[in-house]
Each structure stands twice: as C-alpha cells, then as structure tokens.
Design a protein around this ligand. Structure first.
Ligand code: ZN
Length: 220
C-alpha cells in the first residue's frame, strides 16, 4: 500500500498535486497549515476540496509564522518587493521548511514517508524555499533528522510554468474542478468568477493564474 501526504493549501498548485497523488498512490492524506494567514478563505477551500474528494485532511497549527511574520500574507500590507532582499513581501521566511518538517513528523508517527508538495521554481517570485536544491537538501535533512531513509519529497510541478500546470490538471481530468474550487487570490476575493476561476484578477497571484490559463488554452 503506497501512501502519500500532500502539503495542501487549497490553491491551484497543491490541488493539482492532490490529483497527481491520487493517481500515483493508493492512499492520500492532505495536510494544511493554519499560520494565521490573513485570508482564511484558503483553509475553507482546502476543507471543502478534501470533503468533496473524500480525502483524509488534517490542519496543523503553525502560529509562530504569524508571530515572526511581518509579511503581506500575515499582516495587512501592500504587496511589494522588499528593498533589502528584492523578494516580494509575500515570502514568509522559513515557511516551507517548517511545513515539510511538520508533515514529515506526522508521517513518521503514521508510517507515511512520501511527501508531495507543489513548489515550483519556474514562474515564481524567486522564493528560495521553492527551489529544487532546497528540496533536495530538505529531503536529506529530514531523513537524517528522523533517521528514516524512506522519506521522499515529490515535486511534480518543480520545472513547469503556470501554463503547463494548467495542462497537467487537464490531463488529470481535474481542470473544471480546479477552476471552480481552488483559491489563489492574495486578496481573498471570491465574488468574481472568471474563465480561470475566482479572484480579484489584479493581484500578482491572480495575474499569474490568469496569464498561465490564457497561454495554455489560447484565450486572449
Ligand atoms: Zn487576486
């Protein structure tokens, strides 16, 4: 019996990973994180999606990320690039390392050693913890930290751009589901529906989602 944990935010990429995992593993468990993100709509969608797909879902709490926060995802700030690092202030420092550690800890206690995450180094904003080298290093670190060589981190979207990710969701038969149910918008907006899904249409996350959809399916 092959089991996998999916790091699941309720967004487009992690939902694509959820469908990918359902295809490649016998049993899939979704783990989401409550770190006091500004828009709890994300977690609400995550809950809804796992209920529709009848997937075991756990929400782990990581409030320290909010306490050290000072980012656009945790505080009420305009989204902009940091002058110091040039990274967008949507970057929550340490987040992916903490998420992977908590997921691996859960997996260790429940005999699940495959972890699937939707990180991607292609189109993104230069987040260092979305890069392939970081994932390789995290996998080795977790193997050593838990003395468990079976731990494997899967990143099916790592080298895809947003248009290719839309195509993957189509190949997985999940396109309509993802348009309807996933949440991407940084502003937590879900009252406006577009061909690519719900969102404000203008924040960086909506723009990336929309542009990828247009490239994939030829809307102009
Ligand atoms: Zn938006």
């Amino acid at each position: 019996m092959k089991k996998a944990i999916v790091l699941f935010s309720g967004g487009q990429d992690s939902t694509t990973c959820l469908f990918w995992a359902l295809k490649h593993f016998d049993e899939v468990i979704a783990i989401s994180f409550d770190y006091g993100q500004r828009h709890s709509v994300e977690l609400k969608q995550a809950k809804k999606i796992t209920q529709i797909l009848e997937i075991e879902h756990h929400i782990l709490s990581a409030p320290a990320l909010n306490e050290i926060g000072k980012t656009a995802l945790t505080d009420n700030q305009e989204i902009k690039n940091s002058e110091k690092t040039q990274l967008p202030n949507t970057f929550v420092p340490g987040r992916n390392l903490i998420f992977l550690s908590l997921a691996a800890g859960w997996g260790y206690l429940n005999d699940v050693f495959n972890i699937v995450t939707g990180v991607c180094q292609t189109d993104y904003s230069g987040y260092p913890d979305c890069r392939y080298t970081f994932i390789q290093s995290a996998e080795m670190t977790l193997q050593l930290a838990l003395d468990q060589p079976k731990i494997k981190i899967h990143t099916p979207l790592m080298f895809l751009n947003k248009a290719q990710i839309w195509k993957v969701s189509q190949d997985l038969g999940a396109l309509d589901f993802i348009i309807e149910n996933t949440h991407t918008c940084y502003k937590g907006e879900r009252s406006q529906k577009h061909v690519w899904g719900y969102g404000c249409g203008t924040c960086p996350a909506c723009e990336l989602r929309k542009k990828g959809f247009e490239e994939a399916f030829g809307y102009l």
